[in-house]
Design a protein around this ligand. Structure first.
Ligand SMILES: [Zn+2]
Length: 363
């Protein structure tokens, strides 16, 4: 079981290795699982059974890690980095820095994980067939096929389970990607998340009904993961469809070219802003003045023209660009305030960094 995540690093986990630039992490509770399985095997069959059980769990999770690397390497092919892969008792999480936006790329990344298990299963199938005959695989007493046979079964299960369309699990991402070929991504996410939550409820019922705590955990993970992803996709689409003009502030203190420092300071005192836009008689943006510059000039040369204080290399936002694009501009800029200008370069409003950070409501 795995969930491809694009949210933050999993807490209570620590790094055990670094492979191909990806940090391999293990969640603390994973050791609880090991201890639990180990104890069960020890009680049931003594030391030998315990060692065998441990080896099997480690082999199983090696297959899970390889599955996650399938996702990570497919993502890398599209230029997307995977900072870490974390092992949890319920499976692995490959944290991609982002999901590919193109449906076919997302499809490839989602399928790459289960594809690894298909390859492993085929490999095991061949090995078992060669050494003990495939008959051993289907007979209950095939001792020599024991561990390999179980591992083969587990890999087949990993493929089938992951392809259940329980977004944000792999199958759900496949569903979202297939839908997104035809309809808008936010809507596709909404549908996939709805299906995912329905499946999560079924998981929960089975988990409770048949006493499967792991399945119940997965249900919780899927349910809230789907909700979060749908909200994230909705906000992202809203940010792409909302223009800067729709969220900008239009009543801000603005400095005029002809003002002296003392006049400008008087205007600035009316409203605390991280910077004040400076305009000419036609409202064309000339630059910005920082409150610190203004304060120090007030002591030294109060009657100098304020224009001399203006920083003219200013990142400005055209009023018709989307909030999503404005966020990208803000990301690369040190400014806390962005003047918004129309096509003639006239100031029409301002946007604070925090205005861009605030979520945009899907319309
Ligand atoms: Zn996966």
């Amino acid at each position: 079981m795995d969930i491809l995540g694009s949210q933050g690093r999993v807490r209570w986990s620590f790094s055990i290795a670094r492979i191909a630039g990806v940090d391999l992490r293990v969640h603390a509770s994973f050791f609880l699982l090991l201890a639990w399985v180990g104890y069960g095997d020890y009680v049931g069959g003594g030391m030998g059974a315990m060692v065998e059980g441990m080896i099997f769990i480690l082999l199983l999770f090696t297959c899970v890690v390889l599955h996650e690397f399938g996702h990570a390497l497919a993502a890398r092919a599209f230029g997307i980095h995977t900072p870490d892969i974390t092992l949890l008792p319920i499976g692995g999480v490959a944290r991609l820095e982002r999901m590919p936006e193109k449906p076919l790329q997302e499809l490839a990344v989602a399928l790459a994980g289960p594809a690894v298990n298909v390859v492993i299963a085929l490999g095991l199938f061949a090995v078992i067939g060669k050494f003990s005959g495939l008959g051993g695989l289907f007979s209950a007493d095939g001792m020599e096929t024991g561990v390999l046979g179980s591992l083969l079964a587990v890999n087949v299960m990993l493929v089938l389970f992951n392809l259940i369309p329980a977004f944000p699990m792999d199958g759900g991402r496949v569903l979202r990607a297939l839908l997104a070929i035809r309809i808008k991504r936010a809507r596709a996410t909404e549908i996939a998340a709805g299906v995912g939550q329905a499946v999560a409820v079924i998981f929960a019922i089975i988990g409770i009904g048949f006493g499967q705590p792991i399945l119940l955990l997965i249900a919780v993970f899927v349910f809230f993961g789907a909700q979060q992803e749908a909200a994230f996709a909705g906000e992202k689409e809203a940010a792409e469809e909302t223009s800067v003009a729709q969220i900008m502030r239009t009543t801000a203190s603005v400095l005029h070219l002809k003002m002296t420092v003392i006049e400008a300071a008087r205007t600035a005192m009316g409203e605390a802003l991280p910077a004040y836009p400076l305009v000419d008689g036609n409202l064309r943006l000339l630059g910005m003045v920082s409150p610190q510059e203004l304060a120090s000039a007030l002591e030294q040369s109060p009657f100098a023209p304020v224009e001399s204080l203006a920083e003219t290399r200013v990142d400005r936002l055209p009023s018709d660009i989307s909030v999503a694009r404005a966020r990208a501009v803000a990301e690369a800029s040190p400014q806390a305030l962005f003047p918004v200008v129309n096509s003639s370069g006239q100031l029409v409003g301002i946007v604070l960094r925090e205005d861009l950070r605030a979520g945009v409501k899907p319309g």
